[in-house]
Design a binder for this molecule. Structure first.
Ligand code: PEP
Length: 255
């Protein structure tokens, strides 16, 4: 069975003390969990202090980005290797990295491979823009992003991969795709992986939905066939919303 994930992407929000307050509040509200992985993805500067603060029966840490080379003359970058002791997951290819920082599929594939090489699970984000959706190119876009993104993984190490389907137009907009549209893309993601690595491998990969997730849609969207959790942006900064999302996932998993 695939363990559910609720991951919070704090983006470039909250300084170290604000992040610590949020974790304190979440820690009070979120109960110890076995069947749901709750991942907090703060900024780089908060990873180390939060690694000392978090209750590891409740939370894991993730980074929002990192560079694929392990070390060297790459001013301003943080390597995936440097995050080994701090983060269990790294978000790779988030649409804001793709569209605001010009990251392409080739760079993203190198980051995915470097995550796996360093024993950190990549959360590979894929998703279409509004114009790709209007042109009915959703499936082609997601297929291409995914197949290039995993190009250096083997059927052995791909099992650590998590894929997040995040329609770009749904991120931070309050707009949501219909559940059947999410299901179609989820099924495309799993079949793309099955085509390359086989059905057994594909069944083990966890697929998240991301884009304007809020507590009110949690139950319905977690019931979409093939969805194994959420990557939550804005609502992860609100302790009441985020703990409600986690609590709903825990209830659905019998906790
Ligand atoms: C995100 O940043 O990955 C995201 C899904 O944001 P939001 O939940 O705010 O749409």
């Amino acid at each position: 069975m695939r363990k559910k994930i609720i991951a919070g992407n704090w983006k470039m929000n909250l300084n170290v003390s604000q992040g610590s307050v949020l974790v304190h509040r979440l820690q009070e509200r979120i109960k110890t969990t076995k069947n749901v992985e709750v991942i907090l993805c703060p900024s780089f500067v908060s990873l180390q202090p939060l690694s000392l603060q978090i209750d590891r029966r409740k939370f894991k840490l993730g980074a929002q980005n990192a560079y694929f080379e392990d070390e060297g003359a790459f001013t301003g970058e943080v390597s995936i290797a440097m995050l080994r002791d701090l983060a269990s997951y790294i978000i790779v290819g988030h649409s804001e990295r793709r569209h605001k920082f010009g990251e392409n599929d080739d760079l993203i594939a190198k980051k995915v491979a470097a995550c796996v090489r360093n024993d950190i699970a990549p959360i590979l984000c894929v998703g279409e823009t509004a114009s790709e959706r209007a042109a009915k190119e959703t499936k082609q876009t997601v297929h291409d992003q995914l197949s290039v993104g995993v190009r250096d993984l083997t059927s052995q190490n791909i099992k650590h991969l998590v894929v997040a389907y995040e329609p770009v137009w749904a991120i931070g907009s309050g707009r949501l795709p219909k559940p059947h549209e999410v299901e179609e893309v989820t099924s495309l993601i799993r079949s793309t992986i099955a085509h390359i690595y086989g059905q057994n491998v594909a069944e083990k990969i966890r697929i998240l939905y991301g884009g304007s997730v809020n507590p009110d849609i949690t139950k319905g969207y977690l019931e979409i066939e093939g969805i194994d959790g959420f990557l939550v942006g804005g609502a992860s900064l609100n302790y009441e919303y985020f703990s409600r999302i986690v609590a709903t996932a825990q209830e659905l998993e019998g906790e």
